[in-house]
Ligand binder design. Sequence first.
Ligand SMILES: [Zn+2]
Length: 125
Amino acid sequence: MRYISDEVELFKRKVISSNEDIKCTICKNDDESIDHLFINCELAFSVWNGVYVWLQVMEPKPSSTIESSNLHYDIGRNSKGPKFWRMVWFVVMWSIWTMRNNLIFSTKEVSYIHIMELIRARTWS
Ligand SMILES: [Zn+2]
């Protein structure tokens, strides 16, 4: 996952300079690491919970993106199949990433309802 330039990584590379700049783009409560942005941020946490309720699976609580990816592999062995769950994982990750980028580059609002609509549409199309 190191190919994604979260704010913490940009700060390390000296692309951005101030500690203020590395706060999460979405919540501004914590540094924007990959694990924060995709797993522990309050929006990401709500989105993952929403996806699991929607797909009627037990609600796993991963603490990192690697753990989340592995969890989806394990879910896939028991139900709809690994390809489906891998797709869901990528769709959620992509949807969170594009919403974060929209917030930076086009000042669009972050909306739980909107991101869930996008995830449902992207998963079933
Ligand atoms: Zn956050």
